[in-house]
Design a protein around this ligand. Structure first.
Ligand code: 0L1
Ligand code: MG
Length: 262
């Protein structure tokens, strides 16, 4: 497929995000045989478009890191996408429902990277040694596809459904916690929607960043010092609606909240 075609698919997805409307998945009509590798080439074009608009990368993120989600999608490898500066919402702040299509929220642990991490062959222990801090987060995913209906190449092209992120304000050194044992609850309007532990993320959230570094190395890239990286969901994803008050409570890492405004 020529580069121009990847770029046109990326433009189709960026337009859906900007115009806040769901679109038919790429593999339905535009490119039925889109592969995983091509999905990442479209994603790269989408990243290039955002960078050309002056948007800044906060860090890559990992998705589909739990056995439950991988089984649901019938895949054996997680995916990555990128979080940009315009996606950040402060802890306790407001999420604008009208800016999004059909958002869902999930509870995650994020890492602040202290030194470059270059694959292949990176291990979770090496990641921990190069991590400055860990912090709690709520990720808001918002697939640009109708009804969150997509194949793996589709969701990769769509920047892994990345939309908004609320980072918590409690930063800990990674050796202050057993991150695989850190539990989290996700509540909406005081009702607990789901709960989980760090081990849901590939056995340990550091393994997720090791896998990310190894995946990035396939395109000659690395995890960079200063990246803030979402490692994947401890909980399932819950639908959001205007008026919701959302709270994620993390053992040893405090609480992250936001309100969904019209
Ligand atoms: O962050 C995530 O795990 C989302 C990955 C994409 C799958 C989805 O949109 O549900
Ligand atoms: Mg996520």
């Amino acid at each position: 497929m020529p580069n121009q075609e990847y770029k046109e698919i990326a433009e189709y997805l960026v337009a859906a995000e900007v115009e806040k409307r769901e679109v038919i998945k790429v593999t339905s009509e535009i490119k039925p045989n889109l592969t995983v590798e091509e999905g990442y080439l479209v994603q790269q074009e989408l990243v290039n478009i955002k960078m050309a608009e002056g948007k800044r990368i906060i860090g890559p993120k990992m998705g589909l890191t739990s056995q439950a989600k991988m089984k649901q999608m019938n895949v054996d490898e997680p995916i990555y996408g990128y979080v940009f500066d315009y996606m950040l919402i402060e802890n306790g702040g407001d999420l604008s429902f009208r800016e999004l299509i059909h958002p869902k929220v999930e509870a995650e642990i994020a890492f602040v990277i202290g030194e470059d991490i270059e694959g292949p062959g990176v291990t979770g222990a090496q990641v921990l040694a190069k991590t400055e801090y860990v912090l709690p987060a709520l990720e808001i995913i918002d697939s640009r596809y109708e009804n969150f209906n997509f194949t793996l190449p589709d969701v990769i092209a769509d920047n892994a459904s990345t939309s908004r992120v609320v980072f918590g304000t409690s930063l800990k050194k990674p050796d202050q916690l057993d991150l695989d044992l850190v539990g989290a609850t996700l509540s909406i309007n005081g009702e607990m929607k789901d709960l989980g532990a760090g081990a849901a993320v590939l056995g340990h959230p550091a393994n997720s960043i090791a896998m990310l570094a190894n995946m990035l190395s396939r395109k000659g890239e690395k995890v960079r010092k200063g990246n803030v990286i979402l490692t994947g969901a401890l909980t399932g994803a819950s639908m959001l609606t205007a008026g919701d008050f959302v709270s994620g409570k993390f053992d040893g890492l405090g609480e992250v909240t936001f309100t969904v405004k019209e």
